[in-house]
Design a protein. Structure first.
Length: 205
C-alpha cells in the first residue's frame, strides 16, 4: 500500500487483513511500538518520526526483512507504508517479489484535514476521526484513543513534502514494472474498500 500520509493506507490495510487474513505489516506501527517499548530501535527512530522525516533506509529494511521471515508471512502479506523510497523498493526485491502496488491517493488539502482530526488507539490499532471519539474512548476496544505526535499540522506539511520528494518516485517505479494500481481515496471507507477489494479479487482470480 503506497500513498501520502492520511490517504487511508492503514485503514484499508486493516480491512484487507480482516477480509483475507493476510498479515498486515505496517512499518509505522512497528516503529511506534518500538518507541513505546523504548528499545534501541525506538530510541533511534523517534527523532525522525517526530520531525516528520523518514527513518533511515537500512533501519526499516532491517525490520521488514526480519518480519517477513516469520512463519505467518509464508503465504503472503500486506506491506503498509513500506517501501517509501526507491532504495527500499530495490532492497525489498532482493528478498521478496511484490505482486501488486496499490496507490491510495488523495489531494493535499484533504490529507491535512484528515490527519489533523485523526485519532488512533494504541491498544487495538484502530484509526478513527475526532468526531467518532469525542469521549476519548476507542469504539472498537474501549481503550483510550490518542492523537499521534506526528499528526500536528506543521509535521504533516513536512511529511507531505517528504512524500513528494522521496516516495512519489515509487509510483513510476511500480508503473514501469506493470504492477501499479491506483485508487482515489474519496467517499466513505466502504466506498474506497470496494475499489481496493475489486483489485485484490482480480489478482487472486
Ligand atoms: P506511518 O504510520 O506509515 O505514517 O509512518 C509514520 C512515520 O514512521 C513516518 O513519517 C516515518 O518517519 C516513519 N516510517 C514509517 N515507515 C517508514 C519507511 N518505510 N521508511 C522510513 N520511515 C518510515
Amino acid at each position: 500500500m503506497l500513498g501520502p500520509p492520511g490517504a487511508g493506507k492503514g485503514t484499508q490495510a486493516a480491512r484487507i487483513r480482516e477480509r483475507y487474513g493476510l498479515p498486515h505489516i505496517s512499518t509505522g506501527d512497528m516503529l511506534r511500538s518500538a518507541i513505546r517499548a523504548q528499545t534501541e530501535l525506538g530510541l533511534s527512530a523517534k527523532a525522525y518520526i517526530d520531525r516528520g522525516e523518514l527513518v533511515p533506509d537500512d533501519v526499516v529494511i532491517g525490520i521488514v526483512r526480519e518480519r517477513l521471515g516469520e512463519d505467518d508471512c509464508a503465504k503472503g502479506y500486506l506491506l503498509d507504508g513500506f517501501p517509501r523510497t526507491v532504495e527500499q523498493a530495490r532492497e525489498l526485491e532482493r528478498f521478496a517479489a511484490p505482486d501488486m502496488a496499490i496507490l491510495i491517493d488523495a489531494d493535499a488539502e484533504l490529507l491535512v484535514a484528515r490527519i489533523s482530526s485523526r485519532r488512533v488507539c494504541p491498544a487495538c490499532g484502530g484509526i478513527f476521526t475526532s468526531r467518532e471519539t469525542t469521549d476519548g474512548v476507542c469504539p472498537q476496544c474501549g481503550g483510550t484513543v490518542i492523537q499521534r505526535d506526528d499528526d500536528t499540522e506543521a509535521t504533516v506539511r513536512t511529511r507531505l513534502a517528504v512524500y513528494e520528494q522521496q516516495t512519489r518516485p515509487l509510483i513510476d517505479y511500480y508503473a514501469e514494472r506493470g504492477i501499479l494500481r491506483r485508487v482515489q481515496s474519496m467517499g466513505s471507507i466502504e466506498d474506497v474498500f470496494r475499489k481496493v477489494n475489486a483489485l485484490l479479487e482480480q489478482q487472486l482470480r
